[in-house]
Design a protein around this ligand. Structure first.
Ligand code: ADP
Ligand code: MG
Length: 699
């Protein structure tokens, strides 16, 4: 490829933030490609490619001082290396490192490819544990290849950058280090001064110097706090602006609390509402009676009683002469809601309508006609509610149960069915309030953080492989006593790559072994939806004793007679996921059990013990977040949920609070960010968040 040396920023030539990296000294087309893969196009982008971790080289031990059993960090030069095959077919990369005090063998099982990137003479910084194995051997946890650069590392904090194929960490560090001093002074602060002061974080140039070239770990963390803060602050600005616009532009129906149907429901309920339910109903009623449109998220653990809260809201709409719709992700859940509501509403003389795709066409037409008339009805249904042929004459309230099971567009579609109906989203992923406000900041939030009284705790225990037979005997005794059981596996089919037990094979094993003569069924993601519903229905009606399944078991499904949740390979599930599964039992009068079966690592066992100890979904979610990070909490990434590069809204809870307060006071004074002093802020918002274009009309 043709090169243009005359345009390169060599020594003495001025380098700007917007200079393309291809013009940097030492960056050819191949490296520019690699940089682009990391999202680095301009010299300025380099500044924002911040280290993902640090090695504190000031705590490095001489190799001779590392004793077996110790954890430590060392720097040594590779004096020999090679790949060693083992009898089990595993290939191990081994290197011998030497420093002034001695030598140590380091071994990387299963990583023969390291042979290509680690060379004799390279200095490695390695963190890990020393163990005894043919003499002292080092088990690395992490390492950094310093190349021929051992000296620069000694005695200071080493920045480690996310690298990529064709661009080693060391090269990146060199490129960034070379240009840091030329670039930093060109950066203009874009956060307003009072925001910085209120947050107590450094300015941008200082912060970037601290993260790239810290004197101490503390300093690196201080620099990081600025970058985390600004991420949280930006998201808060967008959320709060979106909410404000919604308030201004989306006026809604002003319902009147007539205390007709709603009071009668409260009197006829077979139980008392929990304080959290009362509070949520009050918050929802306040929204519905105001002249702006409700967009509220009702969050509560499994079994916290969200359905009844939605029912109160629906009745408020109906007693005002409006229609109400409640949408659930599956036919089964819709049926269950319809059944519960039919019972609860019988004393009031109201019969909810059930609308699902499997109704005969004639019945669907009849229902469609009722909805198209202005009869104030309550309809419970599936996606069928969204179909074009379903039109509402007077929809005043729409609730979406298990909202994460629907796409953003579907959630919007139900709300678009009427003239600005009030909308309630319901979710069973319990997350702390501050985090919820960050993730769903453009919604108002009601929390059901309390369980209805009288619910039996689920006895939870971890059992080893050696008790397998006894565990299944126990389950069999439950079935003999007339109860039902779920047995859950992490995968559908066995594969050569793993030795995980799979639902399909274990279904055969269990049918002919421990549960011979019992009625079993198999349920997983590849079973067609209508068949899945049919199986769940049979399980609900007691026609199946043991349901062998993957995690597809319906969230929210209520089978009070099921008393056992047996989960194999429990270490393969997130704690929140286990919690959802456990929520399937303990719904009736009989004692229920959640059994985690398998030999797991000590780490996994500790994690599972946390789960076994508590049934508090919020505590479990916190633990899950601590261990696995944000991405896993929902099983998969939810669309519309902001992602963070540096901040961790949970760990950075205090920063997040400050970001929220700062965004609030800024928008109070300058709601559209139109003051000249906020021009920098507008520019950066526009560059980083596409959403800001619509919210602030940036650019
Ligand atoms: P979820 O929040 O998981 O959707 P549900 O609304 O399905 O929970 O409620 C779970 C069960 O608890 C239902 O059987 C419901 O009737 C019952 N329930 C709800 N609120 C109360 C209450 N305040 N006291 C006793 N039982 C309640
Ligand atoms: Mg529910």
């Amino acid at each position: 490829m043709a090169q243009m040396p005359q345009r390169r920023a060599g020594t003495g030539q001025r380098l700007f933030l917007d200079t393309p990296v291809t013009y940097l000294k030492g960056v050819g087309p191949a490296r520019a490609d690699a940089l682009r893969r990391l999202g680095i196009i301009t010299a300025g982008d380099l500044l924002f490619h911040v280290p993902h971790r640090y090695e504190d080289a000031s705590t490095i031990s001489p190799i001779s001082a590392l004793e077996p059993g110790m954890q430590g960090t060392m720097i040594g030069t590779v004096i020999s290396k090679g790949v060693i095959p083992t009898r089990k077919g595993l290939r191990i990369f081994q290197a011998v490192l030497r420093d002034e005090s001695g030598m140590m063998e380091v071994s990387w099982p299963g990583q023969p490819f390291l042979d290509r990137t680690i060379n004799k003479g390279d200095a490695l910084l390695v963190t890990g544990t020393v163990r005894f194995f043919h003499g002292r051997q080092f088990q690395p946890r992490e390492f950094v290849n310093l190349g021929d650069d051992a000296d620069t590392a000694a005695g200071r904090v080493l920045s480690v950058y996310p690298a990529t194929e064709g661009l080693s960490f060391k090269l990146l560090r060199t490129i960034i280090e070379t240009h840091l001093d030329a670039l930093l002074p060109q950066l203009e602060e874009y956060l307003p001064g009072d925001v910085l002061r209120a947050a107590g974080v450094p300015g941008i140039a200082d912060a970037l110097r601290m993260v790239h070239r810290p004197a101490t770990l503390d300093e690196a963390m201080r620099g990081r706090s600025r970058l985390a803060f600004e991420e949280l602050f930006f998201v808060q600005l967008l959320h709060q602006r979106a909410r404000e616009l919604a308030r201004v532009h989306r006026s809604g129906i002003s319902f009147v609390n007539r205390r007709a149907l709603t009071s009668r429901l409260r009197e006829s309920l077979p139980f008392q509402l929990t304080a959290a339910q009362v509070r949520s109903v009050r918050e929802i009623f306040a929204d519905m009676c105001s002249d702006r449109r409700m967009q509220r998220l009702l969050q509560g653990d499994v079994g916290s009683g969200k359905t009844i809260v939605a029912l109160f809201a629906a009745l408020l709409a109906i007693e005002n002469g409006y229609q109400a719709a409640i949408m659930a992700p599956t036919e089964l859940l819709a049926e269950q809601h319809a059944r519960t509501m039919t019972q609860l509403l019988a004393p009031l003389g109201i019969a909810p309508i059930l609308l699902t795709g499997s109704l005969p066409a004639r019945e669907r037409r009849a229902i469609a006609e009722r909805l198209a008339s202005s009869e104030p009805v309550l309809v419970v249904g599936t996606h069928a509610l969204l179909e074009q042929t379903t039109t509402f004459a007077k929809l005043g309230f729409a609730a979406i149960d298990e909202q994460h099971r629907f796409g953003v567009e579907q959630r919007k579609a139900l709300g678009a069915k009427g003239e600005m109906p009030d909308v309630l989203l319901m979710s069973a992923t319990p997350i702390p309030r501050s985090l919820a406000l960050t993730l769903y900041g453009d919604l108002d939030l009601s929390l059901l953080d309390e369980r209805p009284p009288g619910r039996q705790p689920v006895t939870t225990g971890l059992r080893r492989e050696s008790s397998r037979a006894r565990v299944f005997q126990f389950v069999e005794r439950q079935i003999a006593a007339g109860r039902q059981a779920y047995v859950v596996y992490p995968v559908i089919e066995e594969s050569e790559k793993s030795d995980l037990k799979a639902a399909t094979t274990m279904y055969d094993v269990l049918s002919s072994g421990p549960f011979a003569g019992r009625r079993l069924a198999l349920l997983h993601g590849r079973v067609p939806a209508d068949e899945r519903d049919a199986i769940m229905r049979r399980f609900r009606d007691g026609e199946i004793d043991v349901l062998v399944a993957t995690t597809v078991i319906e969230v929210g499904i209520d089978v009070p007679n099921a008393t056992v949740m047996l989960i194999e390979h429990p270490e393969r599930f997130g704690l929140s996921q286990l919690h959802q599964l456990r929520g399937r039992v303990g719904r009736g009068a009989d004692e229920s059990f959640c059994i985690l079966l398998g030999d797991v690592s000590p780490d996994a066992a500790a994690r599972l013990q946390v789960f076994a100890r508590t049934e508090d979904g919020f505590e479990i979610a916190r633990e899950d977040l601590r261990i696995r990070g944000m991405g896993d909490l929902f099983g998969e990434r939810q669309s519309g949920v902001p992602t963070f590069r540096i901040a961790d809204p949970l760990r950075d809870e205090a920063l997040n609070e400050r970001a929220r307060a700062a965004a609030e006071s800024l928008l109070e004074h300058d709601p559209g960010l139109e003051q000249p002093s906020h021009a920098g802020l507008r520019r950066v918002l526009g560059e980083r968040y596409a959403r800001s274009l619509e919210l602030f009309r940036v650019g």
